[in-house]
Write a protein that binds this ligand. Structure first.
Ligand SMILES: Nc1ncnc2c1ncn2[C@@H]1O[C@H](COP(=O)(O)OP(=O)(O)OP(=O)(O)O)[C@@H](O)[C@H]1O
Ligand SMILES: [Mg+2]
Length: 256
């Protein structure tokens, strides 16, 4: 099996003459937690949009390798097909159904491609029930499954969204600022959740909170003005003078 789950090669994105990404090349290793950090406007969200097929590249290629070593060129695929091969994405804005229970949200996610009504009326199989319960256990929401998603605390909503990704059994999930708006204890718990799931899927995270990055990152890629500034362990990144001057010294450590 290819040790990389993702190979991003020479990706450039130009929006109306503005270069959002320039010749970005990054390999993401399987079953690691890989962070993309960098100042506002560095191109982090754009890169996730390229991987999940929401935005089209101007140049370059993103290859995804499934567990059976099949190569998929994501940059040539439609968004829904990319989800179908096992690449999940949690957006910056929460997208749970507030008027449905935690459990129903999970079921909807599991059956998402069958349409809302079919999903609500479908009776889950024993296996599906087990999978939902096990996943809720993993994110600490097992005793909240009958609560309406709209009544969850902010952190719990984020964990539900992670669970909704996980229950689809993806090979790779991408989380855009999962700890945004969370206090320190919730952020720490989010880190623990990510560590406990990385043996089942690779996790790509965009985040500004450096304590969170320190807690969980295996590899960190620093983006700056659409280019890769450096890549390494969190210790390498924190010690790097260039990174310090363009990012860490300029409020990169967003207030919690
Ligand atoms: N659809 C678009 N059309 C034109 N410009 C865009 C578009 N999407 C993003 N941009 C620009 O591309 C640059 C990179 O944006 P992106 O959202 O990827 O940054 P980011 O690193 O995620 O920033 P933040 O930390 O603020 O979320 C920004 O200057 C942004 O204004
Ligand atoms: Mg962003």
């Amino acid at each position: 099996m290819n040790e990389n789950v993702l190979e991003i090669k020479n990706v450039s994105v130009v929006f109306d003459g503005f270069r959002a990404l320039t010749e970005v090349s990054v390999n993401v290793k399987r079953n690691t937690i890989h962070f993309f950090i960098g100042p506002n406007g560095a191109g982090k969200t754009t890169l996730l949009d390229i991987i999940c097929g929401k935005t089209k590249k101007t140049y370059g290629k993103v290859a995804f390798f499934s567990k059976d070593d099949q190569e998929y060129v994501l940059t040539d695929m439609k968004e829904y097909k990319i989800v179908g091969v096992g690449v999940g994405r949690k957006f910056q804005v929460p997208s749970v159904f507030k008027n449905l229970s935690v459990f129903d949200n999970m079921e909807l996610s599991l059956k998402g491609n069958k349409g809302v009504w079919a999903s609500i009326t479908h009776r889950p199989t024993r296996e599906e029930l087990d999978s939902i319960n096990e996943t809720l256990e993993l994110v600490g929401l097992a005793d909240r499954k009958d609560v309406l998603a709209g009544a969850l605390a902010h952190g719990e909503k984020q964990w539900l969204e992670i669970a909704m990704q996980l229950v689809q059994k993806p090979d790779l999930i991408m989380l855009d600022e999962p700890a945004a708006g969370m206090g320190k204890p919730e952020t720490f718990k989010t880190g623990d959740i990510l560590k406990s799931i990385k043996d089942r899927c690779t996790i790509i995270v965009v985040e500004h909170d450096m304590d969170f990055v320190k807690q969980v990152a295996d590899t960190v890629t620093v983006l700056h003005e659409g280019r890769v500034l450096m890549e390494g362990s969190i210790d390498d990144v924190l010690a790097d003078e260039t990174v310090k001057s363009v990012y860490l010294g300029r409020g990169g450590e967003r207030d919690a």
